[in-house]
Design a protein around this ligand. Sequence first.
Ligand code: HEM
Length: 252
Amino acid sequence: MIGNRMNTTEELGEAGVIRIRWIPKYTAMERLFHWGHTVTFLALAATGMILFFPFLRPLAQGEGGQLVRLMHRAAAIPYGALPLIYVILEPRRAVLSLRSVFKVSRDDFEWIKGAMPYYLFGRHEAMAPQDRFNTGEKLNAVVIILGSVAFAITGLVMWFGKGIVPIGLYQAMVVMHDVSMVVTVSIFIVHFYLAVVHPMMWAGLVSMRFGVTSAAYAQEHHASWYYGPERAKEIYEARKAALAAEEEYPTD
Ligand code: HEM
C-alpha cells in the first residue's frame, strides 16, 4: 500500500489481494532526462570537487589533473544538452513542467509550515493540496534550474574565455561556479534523502523509474493534480475541520 492509509482506489480485492491503480506521471523522455541529469551532475560534482578542495589537490595535478579537467568538460556537454533535447522533443510537457515548478501559491507556504511535523516527526497533519510537484520538489527544481544556468554561463567563460576576458571577470566566474556547486550539491543531498531514504516518499522513486504513480499516493500527496484545485481545496478544508474536531473532542 502506498500513502498513509488504504482508500477507494486501493481496495482489498478477491482473496485479500491489494489492487493498486497506477496513473501516468512522467514520460520516458522526462525519466531519461532526470537520470541523465543525475549521472552527469554527479560526474561534474566529483571532478569539480577535485579541482576545488585543497586536500584533493594532488589529484588535480599532472596528467591525472588533465584527465579530470577533460572528464569535467566531457560531462558538461550532455549535462547542458539534455534539457535542450527535452525542450525540443517535448516542448508542451517542458512548458507544463516549468509552469508547475515556478508557480507559487498560498498552498506552498501552508505546505512548508506543515512539512516539518509531517515529514520529520510523522505527525498526521492535513497537508495543503499539491500539484504534480510538491513545494519541496519545486524548490529543488528551481535551485537546480537556476544553478544549471549559472554553471553553463560561468563554465563556458572558464572554458573558452581564459586569457580573453578580463582577469577580474574570470575570477568572478570561478567564484560563482564554486558557489553554484555548494548550493546545488546541498539541495541534491536533501533531494536524495527524501527520494531514496525517507519512508513516506518512496512512491516518488517508483514514478521516476517506471513513469507511473499509484492513484492513492496522488490523492494523498498531489491532490490538486489528481482532483483539480477546487475539489482538492474542499477535501483539504474538510480534513482540517475533522482534525480540529478530533483535537477538541478526542475519540479515544
Ligand atoms: C554546463 C555545465 C558546466 C560547465 C560548462 C563547466 C565547466 C567548467 C570548467 C571549464 C572548469 C574549469 C576547469 C579547469 O580548471 O580547467 C570548471 C571547474 C569547476 N567546475 Fe564546472 N562546469 C559545469 C558544471 C559543473 C557542475 C554541475 C559542478 C558541480 C556540481 C561543477 C563544479 C566545478 C568546480 C567545483 C570547478 C572548480 C572551480 C575552481 O577552480 O574553483 N561544474 N567547470
